[in-house]
Design a protein around this ligand. Structure first.
Ligand SMILES: C[S@@+](CC[C@H](N)C(=O)[O-])C[C@H]1O[C@@H](n2cnc3c(N)ncnc32)[C@H](O)[C@@H]1O
Ligand code: SF4
Length: 394
């Protein structure tokens, strides 16, 4: 990966000891049973990895990287942990419990730390959730995507339509108060009725959080090739906007509130604090192959391939592929991009005079409203969030 201000020299990362801002840990699990045709995340099937590495080698390397990370950031209390992938649930309850123990051996967790793991519905069970609860996880995020069998098929998802809801109920029965379901909308072949059925299923699951993302057709994926060959229709912006309105309407009627353009929760306690930490530009360490982190204005990212990553850690150095020292301008652009999308909005004090003038133009056309000291997206503006950001930063 390259970035505009990337440099070759090792980054100078300060200790975060004593800092009162939240500090997060992201732990990347780079394994999937099969690759979904739409996904370009840094993940590998067993066939792709062959004998080059193993889950045990990855676990040892995470252990080594966290020891190095602790040496850099010092005794900073961890406020949130997010185990993402890939498919963390492929590690099983014991594997995820061991990963959390590893993190705890290196870092002190805050008493109220939020500890989330992503899971794929097909690799979960009541025993799995019970083990996670016992190990100290506090939040489960399940990749549901859709309740329509033909949509799951286009996405190459291997779970049956009912499995995600059943898994969410099992997680709740195991004592998880905070459970998220991820939806994807706008998949080729999805109808309004399909989305309505997915929403009914989400509401039946009794979860307190929903993330819903429009399908992104990523270059180089099997899905992009199928669309290019004409086997599947491309996504349509008008359809996506209509589906977003359907989602938002159904979720609001059921007592959810949006707190970021693609995220809804039933209460403030149900929000994902780890994602909020990203959006607010706080500090986090990203451990694992290809993981990204941010420490006091420097962005860092790890080498992507699990075998190269493990080799780098075994060599005793941070397994970095690159880093970028953010300029004041970079930080400003990022702040605007991320905070406009949040319900708390962008504080007027963050904007420059020309940006305030353009924000007032967006107020005049109904995309932004003024709430106290912040500009906040209106319902109409949420459909056009990317355009609002572009025009503000013009
Ligand atoms: C990368 S996955 C990792 C967790 C888990 N393996 C899963 O699939 O749910 C996290 C979320 O990103 C979503 N995602 C991945 N690629 C996407 C794309 N091209 N467009 C929209 N959402 C995508 C997934 O569907 C999933 O809900
Ligand atoms: S299961 Fe998740 S991470 Fe794995 S390929 Fe599918 S979307 Fe990507």
């Amino acid at each position: 990966m390259t970035a505009p201000h990337a440099t070759d020299a090792a980054p100078v990362l300060p200790s975060l000891e004593g800092a009162d801002a939240p500090f997060g840990l992201y732990l990347h699990v780079p394994f999937c049973a099969t690759r979904c045709g739409y996904c370009d995340f840094n993940t590998y099937t067993a066939g792709e990895l062959g004998a080059s590495t193993s889950p045990q080698a990855w676990a040892d390397a995470i252990d080594g990287e966290l020891a190095l990370a602790r040496g850099v950031v010092g005794d900073a209390a961890v406020s949130t942990v997010f185990v993402g992938g890939g498919t963390p649930s492929l590690l099983g309850g014991d594997g995820l419990a061991a990963l959390l123990d590893t993190a705890r051996r290196h870092f002190r967790f805050a008493d109220d730390a939020e500890v989330t793991t992503e899971s794929n519905p097909e690799s979960t069970s009541p025993e799995f959730f019970a083990r996670l609860r016992e190990a100290g996880f506090t939040r489960i995020s399940l990749g549901m995507q859709s309740a329509a069998a033909h949509v799951l098929k286009v996405l190459d998802r291997t779970h049956t339509p009912g499995r995600a809801v059943a898994a969410a109920k099992e997680a709740r029965a195991a004592g998880f108060e905070h459970v998220n379901l991820d939806l994807i909308y706008g998949t080729p072949g999805e109808s309004d009725d399909d989305l309505r059925a997915s929403l009914d299923a989400v509401l039946d699951a009794g979860v307190d959080h929903v993330s819903a993302y429009a399908l992104i057709v990523e270059d180089g994926t099997a899905l992009a090739r199928r669309i290019r060959r004409g086997e599947l229709p491309d996504t349509d912006d008008d359809v996506l906007a209509h589906r977003y309105e359907m989602l938002d309407g159904a979720l609001q009627d059921a007592g959810f509130d949006w707190y970021e353009v693609s995220n809804w929760s039933r209460s403030e306690a149900g929000r994902c604090r780890h994602n909020e930490l990203y959006w607010e530009g706080a500090n986090w360490w990203g451990a694992g192959p290809g993981a990204h982190g941010h420490v006091a204005g420097t962005r860092v990212w790890n080498v992507k391939h699990p075998a190269r990553y493990a080799e780098a850690v075994a060599g005793g150095a941070l397994p970095l592929a690159g880093h970028e020292v953010l300029t004041a301008e970079d930080r400003h652009v990022e702040d605007v991009m991320l905070r406009v999308r949040m319900r708390s909005g962008i504080p007027v004090s963050v904007l420059r005079p020309d940006e305030i003038a353009r924000a007032e133009d967006e107020v005049a056309v109904g995309n932004l409203g003024r709430l106290g000291d912040a500009y906040v997206l209106t319902d109409a503006g949420r459909l056009l969030a990317d355009g609002v950001v572009r025009r503000l930063l013009d």
